[in-house]
Design a protein around this ligand. Structure first.
Ligand SMILES: [Zn+2]
Length: 276
């Protein structure tokens, strides 16, 4: 499931292809729920003549500002990906929506599992989406002090807090496990029992893990591709995630897998001491 680095890479590679391009208003829909069951004509009418002015990412959302004041946003969920192709190129069997551009290309959304969603937001709707999420991990306003205060405010286990998009945006199962491993914090440790020092270390680890993953184009376990169709390589650097039974890189103990909040969770039982 794409997390911050994968969405960042997908947004960057989509933006690189269509910044400055203009939607012609044609929308071909094969799975209407992808665009929230809005009729193709209605969606296309809002898009027609709008030029993509750049690209951003907010949490796990791809965000493309448009010249008409609206914003094209997409959530990849499990298997969504974009491709920008000439209009006469054959459709992918798992393609859900295609948006025409005035230059003869199409922005196509391909999504095997069909959970991905695309919306056109007004400025107030975009503000609501923004407000629904916590700070970005790289936001300078997220300081060790504010992060420690966030952790102090809840007794839920730290793994669950890292996945809570209203506390910190963009982290999913992979990068939560990798971050906790780096600082030797057990995933079941209550958030409010982390010291200021440990909270500071964890924030630095989150940033380091995400930065490395962004540099490597994200992780591809099965389905993830960027908007050029390329895989990420960060999976080659995993130290905990998906390494059940393999030796910890620090102490040699076998990595264990438990379930936390219904999510498979990987950790070293020696380095990451269980909370008492
Ligand atoms: Zn270890």
């Amino acid at each position: 499931m794409p997390e911050l680095p994968e969405v960042e890479q997908a947004a960057r590679t989509l933006g690189a292809q269509i910044s400055g391009a203009t939607f012609d208003g044609t929308v071909r829909v094969s799975w209407s729920r992808t665009i929230h069951d809005i009729p193709a004509d209605t969606f296309g009418g809002l898009l027609a003549g709008a030029t993509v002015t750049g690209w951003q990412r907010r949490a796990k959302w791809i965000v493309l500002p448009l010249s008409n004041g609206m914003t094209f946003v997409a959530h990849l969920r499990m298997t969504g990906r974009f491709a920008v192709l000439p209009r006469d190129e054959a459709d992918d069997a798992q393609q859900r929506v295609a948006f025409g551009l005035t230059d003869g290309r199409e922005v196509r959304f391909i999504d095997q599992r069909k959970f991905g969603r695309i919306r056109l937001l007004s400025a107030p709707e975009l503000a609501t989406l923004d407000a629904d999420h916590g700070p970005e991990p790289f936001d300078p306003s997220l300081t060790p002090a504010t992060w420690h205060a966030t952790l102090q405010s809840t007794s839920r286990v730290i793994k669950t807090v890292l996945l809570d998009q209203s506390r910190i945006a963009g982290i999913g199962n992979i990068y939560a496990d990798e971050s906790l491993y780096r600082v030797s914090v057990h995933p079941l440790k209550p958030a409010n029992t982390l010291s200021k020092k440990k909270a500071t270390e964890l924030l630095a680890a989150i940033r380091a893990v995400l930065r490395q993953a962004i540099e490597n184009g994200g992780s591809t376990l099965r389905d993830y591709r960027d908007s050029y169709g390329a895989k990420g390589t960060q999976q080659d650097n995993f130290q905990a995630y998906g390494r059940t039974g393999q030796p910890c890189g620090r102490c040699g103990t076998a990595i264990e897998k438990i379930t936390v909040g219904q999510r498979g969770t990987h950790f070293c039982p020696y380095c990451q001491k269980a909370p008492r």
